[in-house]
Design a protein around this ligand. Structure first.
Ligand SMILES: Cc1cc2nc3c(=O)[nH]c(=O)nc-3n(C[C@H](O)[C@H](O)[C@H](O)COP(=O)(O)OP(=O)(O)OC[C@H]3O[C@@H](n4cnc5c(N)ncnc54)[C@H](O)[C@@H]3O)c2cc1C
Ligand code: FES
Length: 319
């Protein structure tokens, strides 16, 4: 579905890299803008002064994360956790290609979806400048999302049992996991989030998971919050304690490889959300293929945009 969505709300988090800003204790920013705040939604100073280009000016060498709430009625009705949209970052022709972004949250009652992204390059940099009230061109929902595993107990009258669902996120890989956590919690599952990032300022949406009643364990590379080390160290521990029925992961490739290896070692089902550079998002350009195991274990290829982005861990061959 090709549609126009209206930006309702814009939130940003970021870390300025300059030593001066950090010395002033000003390394972490947070701004929120709502359509309801009047004008184009930003405080007067920001509405009247030229906005810096995120990732290029104030965030040079820093990090910027933006969350947009979009009014997109029909899309919200159809979207599933783990699926994504191709977003046109700017109304002009440059960049020409849309950028893939996952559903971060899906609210069918309000007809809203959220996207959460890290500014990486030109596309996300331009998208980060869009304001409440702006219209965004979207294509979606695309791909195959997460499937919540159900443990069947036929001896109990084909009933199902409350599952312990473990979500493993690395950095911005947390983006699609909140929508999944919401769905799992609605279905009565117990949710455990294991979230790792470079530093405490890169741990996003933690309060939203806690508000759902999810248990949250954190890890940072620099030890600034939670476990000092890799988030997969905590997954290892959880699996040793036999406290996971199914695992769902999104994050950097080395993290996904370790999750797949641990899931295999402990015999637990795992689903991985993969990222590949995408041209069309529709299965037409063959730009996003990934190696998979076909029938009889024969290597074959699948398209991340159409057959994924979520794959069973035992099916994909991670490079
Ligand atoms: C199915 C899917 C869902 C995604 N969901 C999210 C999300 O919810 N939030 C989010 O922040 N990002 C997400 N991404 C990654 C996001 O699409 C890229 O960061 C974005 O397209 C970069 O565009 P750009 O123009 O800003 O950067 P570019 O100028 O195109 O590239 C800048 C840097 O980003 C890297 N990059 C570009 N595309 C990708 C990609 N697809 N995956 C990984 N690295 C890439 C490049 O290698 C380069 O180093 C998703 C990717 C896929 C395939
Ligand atoms: S992005 Fe074109 S085939 Fe997947």
């Amino acid at each position: 579905m090709d549609l126009l969505a209206r930006i309702e709300r814009r939130e940003e988090w970021g870390r300025v890299a300059s030593e001066k800003a950090q010395a002033a204790g000003d390394g972490f920013l947070w701004r929120t803008a709502d359509k309801s705040q009047g004008g184009r939604g930003l405080p007067a100073r920001e509405a009247t002064t030229p906005r810096p280009v995120p990732g290029r000016d104030e965030h040079r060498d820093g990090v910027l994360y933006v969350r947009l709430t979009l009014r997109a009625g029909e899309l919200a009705q159809q979207a599933e956790p783990g699926q994504f949209v191709m977003v046109k970052a700017d109304d002009g022709l440059d960049p020409f290609l849309r950028r893939p972004l996952s559903f971060h949250r899906i609210n069918q009652e309000r007809g809203e979806v959220q996207i959460l992204f890290q500014v990486k390059g030109r596309g996300t940099g331009l998208l980060a400048r869009r304001l409440p009230g702006d219209a965004l061109q979207l294509l979606g929902p695309l791909g195959r999302g997460f499937t919540l595993e159900q443990r069947m107990f036929p001896e109990n009258g084909a009933g199902t049992q409350r599952q312990r669902v473990v979500l493993v996120g690395g950095g911005i890989g947390v983006a699609p996991l909140l929508a999944l956590a919401e769905k799992a919690a609605r279905g009565g599952d117990e949710v455990l989030l294991l979230l790792g990032a470079r530093s405490r300022d890169d741990l996003l949406a933690v309060s939203d998971f806690r508000a759902l009643g999810a248990q949250v364990h954190l890890a940072t590379d620099d030890g600034s919050l939670g476990h000092h080390g890799l988030i997969t160290d905590l997954l290892d521990q959880v699996l040793r304690e036999d406290a996971a029925d199914a695992i769902y992961a999104c994050g950097p490739l080395p993290m996904l490889k370790k999750v797949a290896q641990l899931a295999d070692q402990f015999g637990r089902p795992a689903q991985l959300s993969l990222e590949e550079r995408m041209g069309c998002g529709l299965g037409a350009c063959i730009g996003c293929v990934v190696g998979t195991k076909g029938p009889g274990g024969q290597p074959t290829y699948k398209k991340v945009c159409q057959d994924g982005p979520v794959f069973p861990a035992q099916e994909v061959i991670l490079p």
